[in-house]
Design a protein around this ligand. Structure first.
Ligand code: AHG
Ligand code: MN
Ligand code: MN
Length: 347
């Protein structure tokens, strides 16, 4: 790692753009504004046990879930760090029902930003890794005017960059512009993200599965069989697998990206659309995992090809190493089910 010591995130982004003479430098500025927000959120997350920022605000978010103060802090910080730059025309956040317009005080640009300000927020109180996820698109509406909902509702395949930040034992920012996935670790002594994981490739096959097994009873029968299959003993195929589930998507996927593994949040008979949000969680993670050589589907269709219909829609997701994602799809395809709740394409 020593040869990367002085490769800061800012330098890496600029060098990446130099390879594309047509680049305007705007994407670099956007990513560097995002990294500033990440540093501030990281600082606040680390202080969370010390200051009176824990606990519920008493409000529910638009998904009917309790919002913690730190979620709102992260949401506000991202808005403040991002809107002044003049590169964005519209934003959308998991914590806000409608699209977020750029204040009339600032210039309107050609990019669109969607984010989950704090992922895994139920883990804040217990010192478990949480994260921020972001996704960047180019606007499709006419330039020079405020962005529209159509700019936000683009297929994941149209992303031009995506990334996440894990606030864990250290703070790591991982991003891709579709060519290579790179990770940077925040050096707290001088507040810079330094290149620590260059050109991440996720293993094609793995020995880890991540799913909330408490929902077993409600799963698709093919998924039940797949999990039982992973638990059987078979030396040749490396079974039984290990089960690892943190309950913070960003941290679960970060581990699996590096070690290999499959992360699943399926639909089930109680939650026919699954739980995770297409625009803030699944699309950016799918873009990153695919760029690292992995796969992401809703059980039938590639996540990045889903045509979104609404800002906060949910989707089932199976994401990670190619071998396991293909196998779970085969298991589910073999089981006939009449319950529409499980049939991902119809939900
Ligand atoms: P968020 O904190 O942004 O609402 O997301 C929580 C998500 C995700 O991080 C995690 O994978 C999932 O919820 C865990 O859900 P279960 O508790 O149902 O397993
Ligand atoms: Mn989330
Ligand atoms: Mn969240």
């Amino acid at each position: 790692m020593s040869e990367y010591r002085f490769m800061t995130l800012a330098r890496h982004i600029i060098e990446g753009e130099r390879k594309h003479p047509e680049a305007t430098g705007e994407l670099s500025k956007l990513l560097s504004d995002l990294s500033l927000a990440a540093k501030v959120i990281s600082l606040e997350v680390n202080k969370a046990g010390l200051v009176d920022i824990l606990g519920f605000t008493g409000h529910n978010n638009i998904h009917g879930e309790k919002v913690k103060k730190l979620d709102m802090f992260a949401h506000d910080m991202l808005l403040r760090a991002m809107e002044y730059g003049g590169h964005l025309c519209v934003m959308a956040s998991e914590e806000e029902e409608d699209i977020i317009h750029i204040s009339p005080h600032y210039k309107v640009g050609k990019y669109v930003l969607l984010f989950d300000p704090l992922d895994g927020s139920s883990n804040i109180d217990v010192n478990i890794s949480i994260g921020t996820i972001f996704s960047i698109y180019k606007r499709i509406s006419a330039e020079g005017k405020p962005g529209l909902i159509e700019d936000c509702l683009q297929q994941g395949i149209k992303q031009i960059a995506a990334g996440y930040v894990v606030y864990g034992s250290s703070t790591i920012l991982v991003y891709t512009t579709g060519e290579g996935v790179h990770g940077f670790t925040l050096d707290p002594s001088f507040g810079e993200f330094l290149l620590s994981h260059e050109k991440i490739r996720t293993p094609k096959k793995s020995r880890i599965y991540s799913i909330n097994e408490g929902n077993y009873l409600y799963w698709h029968p093919g998924l039940k069989k797949f999990i039982k299959y992973l638990q059987e003993e078979d030396e040749n195929s490396g079974r039984p697998y290990s089960s690892r589930y943190i309950g913070s998507m960003v941290a679960d996927i970060h581990r699996n990206l590096l070690y290999g593994g499959i992360f699943m949040y399926p639909s089930d008979s109680r939650n026919p659309k699954g739980k995770l949000r297409l625009m803030y969680e699944c699309n950016p993670m799918a873009f990153i995992v695919e760029a690292a050589g992995g796969m992401a589907t809703n059980g039938k269709q590639r996540i990045l090809e889903i045509q979104p219909e609404s800002l906060h829609e949910r989707t089932p997701i199976f994401i990670g190493s190619q071998a396991e994602v293909k196998t779970v799809m085969d298991f589910m395809a073999k089981e006939e089910v009449n319950n529409e709740a499980y049939i991902s394409n119809k939900i």
